[in-house]
Design a protein around this ligand. Structure first.
Ligand code: NAP
Length: 293
């Protein structure tokens, strides 16, 4: 069994991005700039945004965080989005989700200029991805495809099963892997809570991607001998074996499944580290005007 080391692959990509940023600064005196809008006090959102800021610093990019209280109205947030859409100093920006309940997330996402939508959530970017036009790809699916490619795993003609059809993970990764494109060309089955015979469908996969949100859902009898297993799940559970009293586990029962597969991503250290790398990669593309010209 080979462990797919997301931490190492993410570090390699960051080094590549840092070189490109340094070159941009040398050649054009231009420093890519990512902004993040953070509304409310959700601790996880604050942690994610801090990690994004740090990643920008690590690769030499500029970052700005716009923090607003939970009572911010939808209209006020839309005005902020409008301001960032028109700020020439900002190459790309994200609005950290989830937003407070009184704000319609879809309305906010649709208000972002697709050219600055480095999360890749705007319907224009999703549509461009579907028809294989240059687009900002959503972070986790892009990260998964990078892990597969950089581990030397072939996707062409392979039987891929994705469990979970969310807009941010399962559905876009199923599209990316089935596209007529380099590192696509797989035959993809997208499963969800209404799928019948899920165990049999999964046990037929050459590449199994678990994005379910249920701890250790994928068991050994759902995995074919020699399969590649990508675990997107992330759950913080209590543990008396760690100093913090908590540990992270995924959607795959790692101990039993790892004995059967050819490659597997660990949790932590698999898909997770790739997500932020994808965001800074999109910001670099925005600064270089690579997607929309
Ligand atoms: P989500 O929006 O909750 O979607 C879960 C999907 O799994 C849904 O499509 C659901 O089916 C399906 N599902 C749930 N129970 C099922 C069952 N018993 N059998 C078959 N399908 C089932 O989740 P998500 O946002 O995609 O996230 C999935 C996991 O990935 C979570 O643990 C999340 O924390 C993690 N995650 C990690 C990263 C990272 O960077 N590592 C990024 C994003 C998410 P229905 O559509 O029928 O309801």
């Amino acid at each position: 069994m080979n462990l797919i080391n997301g931490k190492q692959i993410a570090a390699e990509i960051k080094t590549e991005i840092a070189k490109e940023v340094a070159k941009m600064i040398d050649d054009d005196d231009k420093n890519p700039h990512l902004a993040a809008v953070l509304v409310g006090d959700d601790p996880a959102s604050h942690t994610y945004v801090a990690a994004k800021e740090k990643a920008c610093q690590n690769v030499g990019m500029l970052s700005s965080v716009y923090r607003y209280p939970a009572e911010t109205t939808e209209k006020e947030l839309l005005n902020i989005v409008h301001f960032l859409n028109n700020d020439p100093e900002i190459d790309g920006f994200i609005v950290q989700l989830p937003l407070p309940k009184h704000i319609d997330e879809n309305k906010v996402i649709e208000a972002i200029d697709p050219k600055k939508d480095v999360d890749g959530f705007h319907p224009v970017n999703v549509g461009r991805m579907v028809i294989n036009l240059p687009a900002y790809l959503p972070a986790t699916p892009f990260g998964i495809t990078q892990l597969i490619q950089r581990s030397g795993i072939e996707t062409e003609g392979k039987n891929v099963v994705v469990v979970g059809r969310s807009n941010i993970v399962g559905t876009p990764v199923s599209i990316l892997l089935s596209r007529k494109a380099k590192f696509g060309n797989a035959t993809v089955t997208l499963c969800h809570s209404k799928t019948e015979n899920l165990k049999e469908v999964c046990a037929n996969a050459d590449i199994l991607i678990a994005a379910i949100g249920v701890p250790e859902f994928i068991k050994e009898d759902m995995v074919k001998d020699g399969a590649v297993v990508i675990d997107v799940g992330m759950h913080r559970i209590k543990s008396d074996k760690t100093k913090s009293g908590f540990k992270l586990i995924g959607d795959v029962a790692f101990e039993e499944v790892s004995k059967k597969c050819s490659h597997i991503t660990p949790v932590p250290g698999g898909v997770g580290p790739m997500t932020i790398v994808a965001l800074i990669n999109n910001t670099l593309k925005a600064a270089k005007k690579e997607v929309y010209g």
